[in-house]
Design a protein around this ligand. Structure first.
Ligand SMILES: *Cc1c(COP(=O)(O)O)cnc(C)c1O
Length: 400
């Protein structure tokens, strides 16, 4: 088997189908699925040389697997990264990137608006291992400047953020972080690799939950960490390999299939999201719509300067608080109530009582997550059907 050279002129959609392709002698069209835990050596000498590194041979699927490697190469090519490690889940990617990099006595600075489990890692897990963690309001550059006026080991941020879609200035924060000696880790799930390239904006490491848009069809869990080759091989890989954060080859194969339609899906979901956001913005009982593609988003210009598309997620606030939000959601017949996102099916969630229940009321207030806030992940349905469904929500909201 050999990896075909990827022409540098290829555009994104072409890369997603063909980049870094490797075929067996059978000439299969689709990537081969190597559903195997281990590998066999021709002789004892080959095994010994594999372990010294003189011979390149797969050893064990916790260390590496051809199907997982195919996904890693294609993701790295898509992201413009030197290297990639695929992980069992998105949280496996976030936790490994941080835990592999920091040690007791280090400081980590993070934006407050993080996915629930990322918030837990920074606020609860890292301090237990002697890492000092500081949360800042992500859109306040002076807060970053102050927190990064002392040396720091790592910065973690998410933009657009979950669930209120704040846009953080990745260029400016990366510059401040580098002065403090910090590795900049960006959780790029909400933008998706199609619309935002954090490495080009100055970040060092990009993490994904591939569960979201990359699979995007509600089937498998997976994650990925992308960055410089030296950091991936010397810092991250010993950690992921020895702690067992390996992606199943089957899941990798499903995600390779997902990548083939990623641009198509994300573009179509984004067109739907724009139509739905405009509908919600003029509907009665809606206090606020947050969508990075709308001019009334508080960081619209920043979003345009670092994202090439606005994405498939919308946050909005209904009047009548939780009662209004529940009446709205329960009236929907097409859009499903689920805390997942980035799926081909439209999904809706009430962050205050689900994904952000555990952060507490005070922290929710700081994050701008009111009891009437709703997050909508827009899928691939016909936008007219989505708007008809949301109209049912609006009607029930008025009666609530
Ligand atoms: C879903 C998600 C994660 C975690 O990914 P899993 O695959 O569920 O482990 C991390 N960050 C963001 C922004 C997410 O949406």
């Amino acid at each position: 088997m050999s990896i075909k050279k990827t022409p540098s002129a290829w555009r994104q959609a072409t890369r997603l189908l063909h980049a870094e392709a490797e075929r067996t002698e059978f000439g299969e069209t689709s990537e081969a699925l190597f559903l195997t835990s281990g590998f066999i050596y021709d002789n004892a000498e080959q095994a010994a040389k594999t372990f010294t590194g003189e011979v390149q041979h797969y050893q064990y699927s916790r260390f590496g697997n051809p199907t997982v490697a195919a996904l890693e190469r294609r993701l790295a090519n898509l992201e413009g990264a030197e290297a990639c490690v695929a992980t069992a889940t998105g949280m496996g990617a976030v936790s490994s990137a941080l835990l592999a990099h920091v040690k007791a006595g280090d400081r980590v600075v993070a934006s407050r608006a993080l996915f629930g489990s990322c918030h837990w890692i920074v606020s609860a897990l890292l301090p237990r291992y002697g890492v000092e963690t500081i949360f800042v309001d992500g859109s306040d550059l002076s807060a970053w400047e102050e927190a990064l006026s002392q040396p720091a080991a790592a910065v973690l941020l998410e933009s657009p953020s979950n669930p209120m879609l704040d846009i953080l200035d990745i260029r400016a924060i990366s510059a401040l972080a580098h002065k403090a000696g910090a590795l900049v880790v960006v959780d790029n799930v909400f933008a998706s690799p199609v619309y935002q390239k954090p490495l080009e904006l100055g970040a060092d490491v990009v993490v994904y939950s591939c569960t979201k848009h990359i699979d995007g069809q509600g089937r498998v869990l997976g994650g990925a960490v992308l960055g410089r080759k030296d950091w991936i091989t010397e810092t991250l890989q010993p950690f992921t390999r020895n702690t067992g954060n390996a992606l199943s080859p089957f899941n990798a194969w499903v995600m390779l299939k997902g990548l083939e339609t990623l641009v198509l899906r994300v573009d179509a979901m984004t067109r739907n999201a724009a139509a739905v956001a405009d509908y919600l913005a003029q509907a009665p009982g809606i206090l606020q719509v947050r969508y990075p593609g709308r001019k009334d988003h508080p960081q619209y210009d920043l979003a345009r300067s670092q994202m090439s598309g606005a994405g498939s997620l919308i946050a909005f606030e209904v009047d009548k608080g939780q009662k209004g939000a529940f009446a709205f959601m329960n009236a929907l017949e097409l859009i499903a109530i689920s805390n997942n996102l980035g799926d081909s099916r439209s999904l809706i969630t009430h962050p205050a009582t689900t994904t952000h229940m555990k952060v507490g009321a005070d922290e929710r207030t700081r994050l701008g997550i009111s009891d009437g806030a709703i997050r909508l992940s827009v899928g691939l349905e016909d936008s007219a059907d989505l708007i008809d469904d949301l109209a049912r929500g609006i009607a029930q909201l008025q009666k609530a």
